[in-house]
Design a protein around this ligand. Structure first.
Ligand SMILES: NC(=O)c1ccc[n+]([C@@H]2O[C@H](COP(=O)([O-])OP(=O)(O)OC[C@H]3O[C@@H](n4cnc5c(N)ncnc54)[C@H](O)[C@@H]3O)[C@@H](O)[C@H]2O)c1
Length: 390
């Protein structure tokens, strides 16, 4: 039996074993809940909450019962702006003692996700966390073990695997039309957030903020990475941001990461906070080939970013070398849908495509990239996730 086959079997086994544990905790919510909505509490009422709240409000299975921010006026402002029938809180301890809820949605500065997620799990709450769910892979794994020991669910952004374009690309790869795969290039960047310093402080950086999307997409398509080599740098040494004025940049704002997958396939992720983008932060009409996949009998390119998808092109032996445009319909997919999708899945007692072990794998990639850049060494990974995802 080749290494590849035994690895595949291992993944299938772990996927099945994982699914059994996960389903039991899902069923425990669905069966005990009757017709009640899933009650969610949002912590962190800054920029991204402005996309999450209206998305959650489109669900008839979810209700937002709490809003919390250490800048309390932001919780009040969100309640008013979006007309949310929720209690507001100054901090997590107050919120955990307040109105009961089922799932916390963590939308704060990246560096404090881990501590907040741990507190919520300890208080028997399910958790959806913006990326990263913890500051290290080990801490993230510990959170997952904690969640499982309490029959709770823990989930991590991003939601890129939900897009119809991800599904199309995954199926195209599995159909064999591209032949033997060898390489991929992925990129995402802009000139960096201007509102908060945490993006540039230790534990922040362009990898957990931006590269994370590409890492989730390419491992979702090619399977778990075995090892990582990377170079990261700081190009802009100082920035001026709304909350702290002039700051020293401590986290990488420029990163190139090489991922080694099974079957000697190598992919590359490039991300940074110094990329001019004429389409701006929202990137709605961006048609850049942000994911490019190369095989011996065909190539495939994603138009736009993997979180804001606009279509997929394929040229292959099968298309006689003609470039064909496919999958231009987003089918309702939006990057901010993750918490809504997992919340509704819990309510219905079904397993969504988003998988926490996948998010943990991406966290391990980010940590390995930092280690590789600092040491000049290739770093082996240990985490895996159920794959293929579609
Ligand atoms: N802004 C975006 O477009 C966007 C998109 C996708 C993902 N994200 C992710 O969302 C997260 C938040 O980003 P943002 O842009 O909204 O940042 P932000 O600075 O606008 O908002 C963060 C909020 O969290 C609050 N906060 C910090 N620590 C807290 C604590 N201990 N308890 C309660 N509240 C606390 C801050 O006061 C602030 O209001 C990050 O992980 C980021 O990577 C942001």
């Amino acid at each position: 039996m080749s290494t590849d086959i035994s690895r595949k079997k291992f993944l299938q086994y772990t996927a099945a074993a994982g699914a059994a544990v996960l389903l039991s905790s899902l069923e425990s919510f669905a069966s005990g809940n009757g017709d009640k909505k899933l009650r969610v509490a949002i912590i962190g009422c800054g920029s991204v909450s402005g996309s999450y709240i209206p998305k959650l409000q489109t669900s008839d299975m979810i209700e937002i019962v709490s809003l919390c921010d250490i800048k309390y006026e932001r919780a009040l402002e969100r309640k008013k702006t979006f007309n949310v029938n929720a209690e507001t809180y100054h901090n997590i301890d107050e919120m955990l003692k307040g109105v009961p809820f089922d799932m916390m949605i963590t939308l704060t500065d990246m560096q404090v996700h881990e501590g907040l997620n741990r507190k919520a799990l300890m208080a028997t709450k399910h958790v959806w966390s913006e990326k990263p769910m913890a500051n290290t892979y080990a801490a993230g794994k510990e959170l997952l073990d904690l969640a499982r020991s309490k029959k709770l669910r823990l989930w991590g952004a991003p939601a890129v695997v939900n897009s119809p374009q991800f599904e199309f690309m995954s199926k195209k790869i599995q159909s064999g039309e591209l032949g033997k795969l060898s390489s991929a290039h992925c990129q995402y960047g802009h000139t960096g957030p201007t509102w908060s310093a945490f993006f540039y402080e230790k534990g922040g950086g362009s990898m957990p903020d931006l590269g994370v999307y590409n890492m989730a997409t390419i491992t979702g398509l090619f399977g778990p990475a075995r090892s990582i080599m990377a170079m990261t740098s700081i190009v802009t040494k100082e920035r001026t941001v709304d909350d702290k004025g002039k700051i020293k940049v401590e986290a990488e704002d420029n990163a190139h990461i090489l991922l080694e997958h099974d079957n000697n396939i190598i992919s590359h992720v490039m991300c940074g906070f110094n990329f001019y983008d004429r389409f701006g932060h929202q990137a709605k009409d961006q048609m850049l080939h942000s994911i490019q996949i190369y095989g011996s009998e065909g190539n495939m390119r994603l138009l736009g970013y993997d979180w804001e998808t606009n279509g997929v092109t394929v040229d292959s032996l099968k298309t006689d070398g003609k470039e064909m445009l496919y999958s231009t319909d987003k089918g309702g997919y939006q990057w901010q849908e993750g918490a809504k999708v997992v919340g509704e899945s819990m309510h219905k007692g079904i397993e969504p495509r988003i998988n926490v072990e996948h998010a943990l794998h991406v966290l391990e990639i980010i940590e390995a990239a930092r280690k590789s850049s600092a040491s000049g060494m290739k770093i082996k990974l240990k985490s895996k996730f159920p794959w293929p995802m579609v």
